[in-house]
Write a protein that binds this ligand. Sequence first.
Ligand SMILES: [Zn+2]
Length: 546
Amino acid sequence: MKLQILKPASLFILIASCSNPAENSFQKAVESINAENLASHVAVLGSDEYEGRKPFSKGEDKTVNYLAAQMERIGLEPGFGDSYFQDVEMAEITSFMDKPAIVKSDNKDLLLFFPDDIAIISKKTSDIIEIENSEMIFAGFGIVAPEYNWDDYENIDVKGKTVVVFVNDPGLYTDDENLFKGKTMTYYGRWTYKIEEAERQGAKGILIIHETLGAGYPYDIPRKSALNSNFYLAEDANAESNLMFNGWVSAKTGENFFESFGMNVDSLRTLSCTKDFAGFPLNSNISLKISNIWEYNTSRNVVGLIRGNKKPEECIVYSAHWDHFGIGEAENGDSIYNGAVDNGTSLAWMLEIAEAYKKLGIPPARSIVIMAPTAEEQGLLGSKWYTQHPVIPVEKTLACINNDMLLPIGRMKDVMVTGFGQSELDNLVEEVALKQDRYIYPDPNPHTGMYFRSDHFSFAQQGVPSLFIRGNCDSREFGKEWAAEQEKDYINNRYHRPADNYYPETWDFSGIVEDAQMAFEIGYRLCNLKEFPKWNESSEFKSLRD
Ligand SMILES: [Zn+2]
């Protein structure tokens, strides 16, 4: 291997760099990122032995110990005294319904079976939740957005009642680019927002009508998450304001449901997209009984760092969640939800970046925080906790560079920027992408609200400009159509399913190598920037930083 140095190309780098040792060590660090290392991490973290890496499980112990051992091997300083672990107290609640929910109206009674018709969960640490004849109110998209002069709750009182709403926001279903953000989902479109708003309105429960385009995934995803246990930060579980239940109904159930009132669900959605729409009582009520199994326990974020040599009190954070869904409903005889792509790939990406920083020889100007949060799949809980209890304050955090689900399909021409246009970081991405002969590709599916769906969002919510970037849309070898097929194949057949395994024969890590090199260089440049990167004027997060 050492003989390679004598190859002409390498020799040139060697000579050229004699005059610039910093550039030389930088280039060495970039080149240290390699496919073999990435593969070795995924092989371990995605193995059956890790049992799908669910919080509170044996799989958690194995995962966090592996990550801490890797951080130690790489030479990262522990984030918390002599420990890489940050305790995150959470409640785990598993909800189920033995009997179907009953919707009673003048016309007829409708039975909604769990979990195929109705995917219900409860954020209450109570053994039994019994809802009897709760009045149902339709509230359009369930949005109160003063900046868009929009209030779906304007003329209705939902206190103690059950709200029924559509997913996403009105912009998606019209061709009006000026309605909300057009096809780009705003946070008002996310199901998490719908629940938060219903809580603020004092409702007892909420049902969101599923629709694949608007949700960004099939009904099977909320269905599975209702079958699984769900996690909450301990301080949030059982809060006074919590709804007694929240959940989804399948599109088909939604259709039947409105049909029983003589309404067509599509016409109703169109109506709900108009400014003068007003919510209304459905003249019906719902009864259901939920049994909960719950416990409080401690999970862990894993955090290591490299202290900067000029401004150690300021940092750049790299993050990739370690958790997945553990062991659950079997498919084709497999019940382990390995999460090799989601998120074994990004953990490998992050560890390789950390190792590259150590290969610089001297520490970067600012500190580098390497963070693997818990419970991302459960609502970004670990990263939310971290941003409230950071190693280096969020005001001193220049940026978060997060990743989630890197597809192992080879080198890509594009760099897909999820949430493109949010901050000045986009310029930096563009520069580094150009160096790699790649181009920026704004998220082709902004209606799925991906910017709100991984840990960078926890940082954005604290005002830290954040990036979620990866090659995704244009294969160097096979082009765009092929890349889109690969993604679709993953989302339809492996995403959040037991088949999300590591397949050594077919996986090609070369694109992830480039993604890691790019993220490394972006962070490295951020370390040397004079000023903190800013949010763009139009960003909803700008005021948080200011
Ligand atoms: Zn993920």
